[in-house]
Write a protein that binds this ligand. Structure first.
Ligand SMILES: C[S@@+](CC[C@H](N)C(=O)[O-])C[C@H]1O[C@@H](n2cnc3c(N)ncnc32)[C@H](O)[C@@H]1O
Length: 206
């Protein structure tokens, strides 16, 4: 938790409380439905919560933004970002129903009125959003194909609407497959500790 305060010092009391409640909730639910690896639960704040919040360092979302989190699993990156941006709307989707059940339980327990969770495959999803946020779902190229129908045109952020995707490894080959412009943001520019496995946010404007 100290790390959240270190990198996001302006949180309200309500946000601090909600972040604080996440640990017990994930301990409880992960013991019933495996949504994050069991060894990772001890490092929930570093490897999952703060990591998800790396997206906010790249693009802080303005009030009224709508976000789609594709392949959210147990709620990452969507849940931490929904706590951080209570004035924005988050639609969290996953193809696996039991994961969505956990997300709904956690969002309800945290009283996150700005989160909607749904079991659906990304390819079938209608609706439009300013940004698609995601972590560790598939290769960038098919991912862009799934979600480009869901990006709205009305940009009102510094970055044009598009995808913000937490990813690791050497992305040269994957990104060379993309026709449009993409950009890589290194998380090491925002966080001094080296605790993330995937160290980049890939931005694909659409
Ligand atoms: C490796 S997990 C990552 C979960 C979460 N984003 C995280 O980083 O903790 C990938 C997730 O993507 C979901 N998924 C894979 N293909 C999908 C699709 N076509 N539509 C929706 N969800 C999908 C899987 O069910 C799984 O929960």
């Amino acid at each position: 938790m100290e790390l959240i305060h270190k990198y996001f010092p302006d949180l309200t009391e309500d946000q601090r409380t909600k972040f604080g409640q996440m640990e017990d909730l994930y301990q409880y639910w992960n013991a019933r439905v495996n949504v994050i690896s069991r060894q990772d639960i001890d490092t929930l704040y570093e490897r999952h919560v703060l990591h998800s919040m790396g997206i906010a360092k790249v693009q802080p979302f303005k009030s009224g933004t709508s976000m789609l989190d594709v392949g959210t699993g147990g709620g990452f990156p969507g849940i931490p970002l929904a706590i951080l941006f209570p004035e924005s709307q988050f639609h969290l989707v996953d193809s696996v129903g039991k994961k969505i059940r956990v997300v709904k339980e956690i969002a309800n327990a945290l009283k996150l009125n700005n989160v909607k969770a749904e079991q659906i495959r990304a390819e079938k999803l209608e609706g439009s959003y300013e940004f698609v946020i995601s972590r560790a779902v598939t290769r960038i190229n098919p991912f862009v194909g799934w979600v480009k129908k869901n990006i709205s045109k009305n940009s009102f952020h510094e970055l044009r609407n598009g995808i913000l995707y937490l990813k690791g490894g050497d992305l040269t080959e994957e990104l060379s497959e993309l026709t449009g412009k993409s950009r890589i943001y290194e998380l090491s520019n925002y966080f001094e500790e080296e605790f993330f496995e995937t160290k980049k946010v890939v931005y694909v404007p659409l």
